[in-house]
Design a protein around this ligand. Structure first.
Ligand code: 13P
Length: 343
């Protein structure tokens, strides 16, 4: 086996360690600005660094978090004492990863649909990220549901790019996280989300096969199958778990070692309850989380840009990570949300 293969397998083993999940802290500069605005904090290089330092130095984080996805700026940042932020993660046994896509642009010819850019120059960028210590990568494709969309063309164009990205990552020794996100925006039903997600995952795994990507050395980051956020008929965690598992069983080969869901706009508590329901039945894959908003929303509320709030912000992150870790084992219950209950 080549050195690159051994490294990929080692990284997968660490990322899928039982009861741990991934923290997505890879908000682009535009997205973190939006999140900071909600708590009246100006987004500057320094405020972003301070916030992420709080996240990564949370005591005990490595018990529940196996990997953190970083934005390029963070990978290159040191804290005020000159310690690389990446070292705060490795010191806790957490694997650093990096968002490598270049964001979304309109898909020419297809009104309302998007394509992800960033394949040009990707091998060179990946080689540099790897030198700096990143061991896995993330590429997000987005599929919207609306009248007449998604089109098969948008699905296949996005699937093809995800597969090309994954092949390049594996060649350069980084584990690809393949993220085809079917958005929650809209009033579509659970059944519509199920149908679209099944089509998307089917196309993605077909493309991965065609591009000779090793399924054993990647992680899938899908949406859960949920009704649109404006759908009048919402669903229980049991219904969401059933629909999500049906969809995954039909489309995701058992060779894939891990599936780490995105939260996609679910509340922090809903994302945990749904993950727990999904983990109540035995499955061929490790089923965990790779949450951004559902882990960080309570942290931002506790922090509010004040260094004096560091400890409570870290407690909020540890608590959410711990509850999701329990949900990975099907051991979470809603009464754990009561603040006085130790997570
Ligand atoms: P959310 O969990 O906030 O959807 O973010 C996950 C992510 O990494 C999106 O690319």
């Amino acid at each position: 086996m080549s050195i690159a293969s051994q490294e990929l397998e080692q990284t997968v083993a660490e990322l899928t360690a039982s009861g741990r999940g991934i923290l997505a802290a890879d908000e682009s500069t535009g997205t973190i600005e939006k999140r900071f605005k909600q708590i009246n904090v100006a987004s500057t290089e320094e405020s972003r660094r301070d916030y992420r330092e709080i996240l990564f130095s949370t005591p005990g984080l490595g018990e529940c978090i196996s990997g953190v996805i970083l934005f390029e700026e963070t990978l290159k940042q040191n804290n005020a004492a000159g310690v690389p932020l990446l070292q705060l993660l490795t010191a806790q046994g957490i694997v650093p990863g990096i968002k490598v896509d270049g964001g979304l642009v309109p898909l020419a010819g297809f009104s309302g649909e998007k394509i992800t850019q960033g394949l040009d120059g990707l091998p060179q960028r990946l080689a540099e990220y790897r030198r700096m210590g990143a061991r896995f990568a993330k590429w997000r494709a987005v599929i919207a549901i609306d009248a007449g969309i998604p089109t098969p063309q948008a699905i296949s164009a996005n699937a093809h790019l995800l597969a090309r990205y994954a092949a390049i990552c594996q060649e350069l020794g980084l584990v690809p996280i393949v993220e085809p996100e079917v958005l929650m925006d809209g009033d579509h039903t659970l059944a519509t989300c199920a149908r679209v997600t099944e089509n998307v995952l089917h196309a993605v795994f077909h493309a991965l096969h065609q591009q000779r990507v090793r399924l054993e050395c990647l992680l899938l980051k899908p949406n859960m199958v949920v009704p649109g956020s404006a759908c009048p008929e919402q669903a229980t965690p049991q219904q969401i778990a059933q629909a999500t598992l049906n969809c995954l069983r039909r489309t995701v080969p058992a060779a894939v070692p891990g599936i780490n869901f995105l939260s996609g706009g679910q509340s922090d508590t809903a994302a945990t309850a749904n993950l727990n329901a999904i983990n109540l039945a035995a499955q061929p894959w490790s089923l965990s989380f790779s949450y951004g908003r559902a882990l960080q929303a309570p942290v931002l509320q506790a922090w509010r840009g004040e260094s004096a709030n560091k400890v409570s912000a870290q407690q909020a992150l540890y608590r959410r990570a711990r509850l999701n870790s329990l949900a990975c084992r099907g051991r979470y219950t809603a009464d754990m949300e009561i603040e006085s209950t130790p997570a």
